[in-house]
Design a protein around this ligand. Structure first.
Ligand SMILES: *[C@@H]1O[C@H](CO)[C@@H](O)[C@H](O)[C@H]1NC(C)=O
Ligand SMILES: *[C@@H]1O[C@H](CO)[C@@H](O)[C@H](O)[C@H]1NC(C)=O
Ligand SMILES: *[C@@H]1O[C@H](CO)[C@@H](O)[C@H](O)[C@H]1NC(C)=O
Ligand SMILES: *[C@@H]1O[C@H](CO)[C@@H](O)[C@H](O)[C@H]1NC(C)=O
Ligand SMILES: *[C@@H]1O[C@H](CO)[C@@H](O)[C@H](O)[C@H]1NC(C)=O
Ligand SMILES: *[C@@H]1O[C@H](CO)[C@@H](O)[C@H](O)[C@H]1NC(C)=O
Ligand SMILES: *[C@@H]1O[C@H](CO)[C@@H](O)[C@H](O)[C@H]1NC(C)=O
Ligand SMILES: *[C@@H]1O[C@H](CO)[C@@H](O)[C@H](O)[C@H]1NC(C)=O
Length: 491
């Protein structure tokens, strides 16, 4: 039939660094991939350290298009089908292409099966990586309330709880999904979608810069592609739809035919338009973004300060050492802005016309489907020496697990460790915990308090505190997930 890049999913992690992969430059349409680790930063947890607490803010997994962009796919299909034309070379597949949605009322906007797989894999991976949850124990995560986000949390949970067999034990190995109101304005900072509750936020978004950049490269691509067509003329708008179809189709079913029509530098322009979209829309270039990302950062910093499995004084709930929050693309860049990441003085603010290849801000590396920002609390001491003594009957302590161990914080964006500017004195360029807490306080001085910056002073119930980890909001719903609703074998 057509050539499918069947290895895209299985082998994304081992693609040669030097080989250009358009799916690592497709912005928010990229299927999940581990972002590249910056040079000179060690990727693994440093020797002698264990992670004793971690917090993840995760975009939902791969989904079908939103109704608006699905409309674009259908119009492109109509335009192609309405024409009598000849297509050559990389476009020879156009006359037989159909939009990859086969049950329209139930697909657009919702997760694809690959999205469910991405979520399940993260659950299994984090259970293995951290070993925080003892077999049979319950586990709680937090999710914004739209269906694709809740589904991502659910499939994550199935992966996380997939080890062992607890069939019939309704008190064990149960997952709880706390479902927070999604993109409403009455939650103020206490949600996983705080930008929607910041009235000034939209005044900081300038989409003209994105439109202008699109206008600078799309017609050139259309002109080049039209050389392969006789009787059909593609325009700049069609090129935009086809750019999205590269990542979306790959994430849906591995079909990379639309990726193959673009030259590498054309994909880089496509990606840069997304970089501008997120940098100036929800990242460091929106003066209100940092204040909306800060409440999550402060909530995590406070829990890291107390350490794992501690019930805060003003709460009745001890959140798990792994704090999972599932949300939408636009709620990740505000966290980068709050932390002061990816905004180096050499390449920021991003040029409106000329991509600087040295820039650290790359939308594909953070808002790919199921992309994430994680904070890890490291507990470190002297690594194992060359030769280790064991006394019969006494289990040796793992390095990092004694009460004397020093604490540090490491940031990982879609797996890649990202040093915090000005705070890299710890192992693996991590930030000592106390310095991290001062860094967060300093950043609050720069990006501003949520209520004040968003103009919510005097508004009833307005809060700058994301308290949902320790104080489950009354407006949330509770979903219970079991990994074990499978038929039980009887013989
Ligand atoms: C396709 O042709 C039909 C019938 O002539 C017309 O109504 C429709 O607007 C055309 N669609 C596109 C996308 O050109
Ligand atoms: C685990 O969760 C289930 C479902 O919410 C609940 O009934 C059970 O009491 C919980 N078990 C423990 C040990 O907390
Ligand atoms: C929330 O939105 C509604 C409807 O637009 C508006 O009336 C209300 O004032 C807003 N509330 C806040 C706290 O911004
Ligand atoms: C958006 O940015 C463009 C380019 O810098 C500028 O010309 C325009 O005035 C800005 N628009 C708004 C509403 O800030
Ligand atoms: C990002 O860097 C630019 C340029 O240095 C600066 O104006 C802006 O305030 C920074 N944004 C944040 C959130 O730190
Ligand atoms: C660390 O120590 C605690 C308590 O002594 C123990 O329960 C836990 O399994 C240890 N963790 C590791 C990674 O050895
Ligand atoms: C504000 O808080 C009060 C009491 O805590 C509650 O009854 C009310 O519903 C809240 N209002 C809104 C808009 O959330
Ligand atoms: C608990 O109290 C501390 C200290 O007063 C405060 O910073 C924090 O926001 C409170 N947490 C919640 C969930 O109310």
């Amino acid at each position: 039939m057509f050539s499918k890049a069947v290895l895209v999913f299985a082998c994304a992690g081992i693609a040669l660094a030097t080989e250009f992969n358009p799916l690592h430059h497709s912005g928010p349409a990229s299927p999940y991939f581990d972002a590249p680790t910056p040079e000179h930063v060690p990727e693994a947890t440093p020797e002698g350290c264990i992670v004793d607490q971690a917090a993840y803010i995760v975009r939902h997994g791969s989904r079908f298009p939103e109704p608006g962009s699905f409309g674009g796919w259908k119009s492109l299909f109509q335009k192609i089908q309405n024409a009598t034309f000849t297509a050559r070379g990389p476009l020879a597949f156009l006359p037989s292409w159909v939009p990859p949605v086969d049950d329209a009322p139930h697909e657009p906007l919702f997760l694809t099966s690959h999205g469910a797989q991405e979520a399940f894999e993260l659950g299994a991976q984090l259970r293995q990586e951290y070993g925080f949850t003892h077999g049979g124990k319950n586990f709680t995560v937090w999710a914004a309330g739209q269906q694709r986000v809740v589904d991502t949390a659910t499939y994550f949970m199935r992966g996380y709880l997939s080890q062992g067999n607890y069939i019939g034990l309704s008190n064990e190995n149960q997952g709880t999904v706390v479902i927070l109101p999604d993109s409403v304005n009455y939650t103020s900072a206490n949600s996983l979608t705080p930008s929607a509750a910041c009235p000034k936020y939209s005044s900081g978004v300038n989409s003209t810069v994105v439109d202008n950049f699109h206008a600078s490269y799309r017609s050139g691509i259309a002109k080049r592609l039209n050389e392969f067509l006789h009787g059909l003329v593609l325009d700049a708008n069609d090129v935009g739809v086809m750019g999205d179809l590269c990542g979306f189709q790959a994430a849906l079913n591995g079909d990379t035919r639309f990726c193959n029509i673009f030259k590498d530098e054309e994909m880089l322009d496509y990606e840069y338009a997304w970089d501008l979209n997120y940098y100036y829309g929800s990242g460091p270039g929106n003066p209100f973004a940092g204040a909306t990302g800060l409440p999550w950062v402060k909530a995590v910093a406070e829990l890291f300060g107390s350490g794992p499995n501690v019930t805060p004084a003003n709460s009745t709930f001890a959140p798990p050492p792994l704090l999972m929050g599932f949300t939408h693309d636009n709620n990740l860049p505000p966290v980068l802005a709050a932390l002061g990441l990816w905004n180096d003085s050499h390449t920021s603010p991003l040029s409106l016309t000329r991509p600087d290849p040295r820039r650290t801000f790359r939308s594909s590396n953070v808002v790919s489907f199921r992309g994430y920002i994680a904070l890890e609390r490291l507990s470190c001491e002297k690594p194992l020496s060359e030769s280790v003594f064991h006394k019969a009957g006494v289990l040796n302590e793992v390095p990092g697990n004694s009460t004397k161990a020093a604490k540090y914080v490491r940031v990982r964006v879609s797996a890649a460790p990202i040093p915090i500017p000005g705070c890299t004195s710890g192992p693996g360029e991590s930030c000592p915990l106390n310095s991290f807490l001062s860094h967060v306080a300093k950043r609050e001085g720069i990006v501003g308090d949520f209520v004040k910056t968003c103009g919510l002073q005097g508004v009833k119930n307005a809060t700058s505190v994301a308290s949902f980890f320790t104080d489950i909001p009354k407006a949330s719903l509770i979903g219970v997930v079991s990994a074990d609703n499978l038929p039980q074998l009887t013989s």
